[in-house]
Design a protein around this ligand. Structure first.
Ligand code: FES
Length: 270
């Protein structure tokens, strides 16, 4: 037999690992633990902030948790105060009309799905680490098959991106003592602008957008090919943008909330 044709065989016994059992020697548990802590903290804070219903705007600043403010008491509200049809059993807050959309966009995001399957469901806790379940149904069955709506939430997310960019424009105009609006830049303006930048890098790197832009075509026009490259470039760092944008949206709300409640004063740069 020629040397190049010699093949090595090894006896490999296949047996199901117990939950948490692995041959890995690295600290595989650090990543899911950090994801668990980070997402838990964000969900707890967001839920608390959403039910406050106050201190969500300050001068020209509007918290992204409450934008667009469809109904509410602030000057940013589109259609006036709390609607008469609001459910009597549910505390009123303008954020409750808004947050389900970005929330479901993130919940169905391909990156977050992989992250919270590991961190919250241990399914599996990490690659080659034993999981607690014996049955694997994947995402082809209810309820996980509902993740397929992600592409539709992408359209909503892109609309929100435009509205948040408009909020940054409004955050450049401050009322003076006579009530006239004058151009200016505050730290809040910078924070809101950074938030739109990070959200843009996150949403424009969406896997579904990549598919929409170039995935269905055999030939791409020059413009489409360039767009596909841009989306792919952002997509290659999707995890990073997912976390940066999560932090930036939370920091935006915290900053405006602290200004509105009088704990700090907005720093006017210009
Ligand atoms: Fe993450 Fe679409 S895959 S935003």
């Amino acid at each position: 037999m020629e040397g190049s044709q010699i093949m090595a065989f090894a006896q490999v016994s296949w047996e199901r690992r117990r939950f948490g059992q692995t041959l890995r020697r690295d600290r595989w548990w650090v990543s899911p633990l950090l994801v668990f802590l980070g997402l838990s903290a964000f969900v707890v804070y967001t839920t608390w902030a959403a039910f406050q219903g106050k201190n969500y705007y300050y001068g020209p600043y509007l918290s992204p948790f409450y934008s667009p403010e469809l109904f509410g008491d602030s000057p940013h509200a589109w259609f006036g105060p709390k609607p008469a049809w609001w459910f009597s059993w549910l505390p009123w807050s303008p954020a409750l009309l808004i947050l389900p959309f970005p929330g479901l966009f993130r919940l169905t995001c391909y990156y977050y799905r992989g992250a919270y399957y590991k961190a919250f469901w241990a399914d599996p806790p990490s690659c080659t680490v034993g999981e607690p379940r014996k049955l694997y149904l994947g995402e082809r069955h209810f309820p996980l098959i509902l993740h397929n709506v992600h592409r539709y939430f992408l359209y909503v997310a892109l609309l929100f991106l435009i509205l948040l960019a408009h909020d940054v424009w409004k955050a450049l105009w401050f009322a003076d003592a006579s009530g006239r609006e004058r151009f200016g830049i505050g730290l809040g303006t910078v924070i809101l602008a950074a938030n739109v930048f990070f959200l843009g890098c996150y949403a424009l790197g969406c896997h579904s957008l990549r598919h929409l832009v170039g995935g269905r075509f055999d030939m791409l026009s020059a413009f489409r090919a360039k767009s596909y490259d841009c989306v792919s470039c952002l997509n290659s760092k999707h995890q990073r943008w997912a976390w940066f944008s999560l932090f930036s949206v939370g920091i935006s709300d915290i900053y405006i909330r602290l200004c509105a409640s009088g704990v700090i004063t907005d720093w006017r740069i210009l």
